[in-house]
Design a protein around this ligand. Sequence first.
Ligand code: 0PR
Length: 385
Amino acid sequence: MDEKPIDKEDILKELEEFHKLDHDYSDGRILGSMCTEAHPFSKEVYCNFLDTNLGDPGLFEGTKIIEDKVIESIGEFLSIKKPYGHIVTGGTEANIMAIRAARNHARKYKGIVDGEIIIPSSAHFSFKKAADMLNLKIVEANLDDNYKTDVDSVKNLISDKTVAIVAIAGTTELGLVDPIGEISKIALDNNIYFHVDAAFGGFSIPFLREMGHELPVFDFSLPGVCSITVDPHKMGLAPIPAGGILFREKEYLDVMAIDSPYLTVKTQSTIVGTRLGASSAATYAIMKYYGKKGYCNLIKNIMENTKFFKENLEKIGYDVICEPELNIVAFNHPDMKTNELADKLENLGWKVSVAKCPVAIRVVLMNHLKLNHLKELLEDLKEIY
Ligand code: 0PR
């Protein structure tokens, strides 16, 4: 640390130099991010709530009401009247909380001590972190020919040690929705906790379904679903960090409760202690500001761009891996190696993301990728072809 205080102007100048090294969403060059620039209004609200701490909600009763209201509003489009949950730092923390609830529940009610979780091989790596921290073994279900969780594979992996089954509504690499209705039934029949990771798809599938898109039901209307991850800082357009975890029953929070004797509340179920109220306030603001109509328009526009991009890729001659269900398009050149294609795009200034299963270039069509950026990308891809 410097010995003497430094002038604000000098500090800002120095910070700005570092910031210049960052990529900007508005350049339209970031192709693989699930986050995007938050709406200016939600950023303004975020700053107003920077000092609030939901780790001690008795001191911030108003902000706690905001968090509860946000969880309730998200619950509304996930078909649940009274959800229990929290706004957390992101999908990783939300998934860890879900798996912790499942583990503790199975320990309490079934006496399972060395549990296993069944996750599809398409699951986000946050489940590996969860298993590592919570001392659980991962058993991986296969995907079918369409890159979705194979239902029979899940069935075959169930054992008397299974504490949770996980399925994905909007996979990280391809944006696909698992057959969640069928898996919900299996979980229910076997009395096993079922978690749906809709970190990416949670803020779009409900609105797409409402507009007539044929996508599977994935929410609490399925009786087997115990919890859902749904991230405002992805398709919800809230500032980072904002993840969401919703539980069907209060019991799932109770089995994680740790005594917090000197706080204004006597127990705490979240992983972190001191935690942002600003995320809840900003999410509340953006959800009110957009309304259902705003989110419908947003995703409608994004899906039109997705269709445009996919069709034009095929016109040039690229192989598209699968019909996009959400706003991700994965593709390959018929002859060129994926990494070679990725390098060529990187050299042209694109920030590329490569999927591993199957190996392919993946473009996440977030709000920052406008039609003109997609046209430029297609021009470059035509040139490379
Ligand atoms: N669940 C799913 C289905 C996800 O896709 C992700 C993240 C998570 C959980 C974890 O969410 P958090 O990262 O909020 O903890 N998916 C992207 C990924 O890891 C997130 C991302 C965002 C990647 C911005 C790149 C990027 O620039 O691939």
